[in-house]
Design a protein around this ligand. Sequence first.
Ligand code: COI
Length: 361
Amino acid sequence: MMKAETVAIAVERTRTKKTKPAADQLGFGKYYTDHMVMIDYEEGRGWHDPRIVPYQPIQLDPAAKVFHYGQTVFEGMKAYRTEDGRVLIFRPNSHLERLNRSSARLSIPPIDERLALEAIRQLLLVDEEWIPEAAGTSMYIRPFIIATEPALGVTPSRAYRFMVILSPVGAYYAAGHGPVSIHVEADYVRAVAGGVGEAKTAGNYAAGLKAQEEAARGGYAQVLWLDGVHRKYVEEVGSMNVFFRIGDTVVTPALTGSFLAGITRDSVIRMLRHWDVPVEERLLSIDEVSEACRSGALREAFGTGTAAVVSPIGELCWQGDRIAVGDGLTGPLAGKLYEALTGIQRGLAPDPFGWTWTLRE
Ligand code: COI
């Protein structure tokens, strides 16, 4: 496991601490802690001036490239408070490796993952009292990088800022951890192989908003994207990867490069293999899913993601048909995965995979 770098990170503490929200008010991404991380980059100088400052608006030149050409990447990971008072971060190395993979696709220079991890570690220590402890809550950690050079030419920026903000969160969906309804998108396309679909970059999410808005009007929590070429193969849901339990096998779309290689997706695959549950990563057409639904072979469907954890899918809407998945309730495997994963994340169960990283060693 990668260790944090021991580097001096300047800390300026706030003089006006905010009031902390009650655990049952958290929702997702509504509240932010008292501090944040900033690290700057300039060509020829590299990443420099790591610092923790009071949470505040930032000033940027209106010509900063991030505003015009969307040169930006982000991550989402979580820290959990355990019953015995420790704080565990889930797979931070994997998230920071993916941040650098996303950056490489967007022509953003890599950041030293140990420096980024140390900045996150110190920020969590400064704002430790904000980490919620109630079941179903956690501290969502949002690192991101923006292109800051004020220049309108379409070339990679020569200046960037890495930032980390923290948000105490509960469930991602308004429905809590219960089953969600998903609209299968037939008209809009999110990404194609060779594009930036695999990168965690703002444009992918902006590209999905219109379809999501239309699906929300029909009462659906999210959109299930099909591949952009054949409009046939299932890819991912807006904020989560997707799994289908067909007969005794769990099937999830193979990573084709046009959607996110989720870290929770990888964790779930490894847990299923550990339990000897057959898992297939392969092309999966929407026709196969709807046929499996009709024949009764589709026993469960669920999404996975840092924010969504393991979210059961109770219903799919495809070409105007509302298809109930199984009995429409949380399936036993989705329930077991949720309990097992959050058990590891919260330190309630052993971590045979070495996924958790303790804040205070
Ligand atoms: C996450 O699960 O961390 C995500 O980034 C999904 C979404 C909130 C954008």
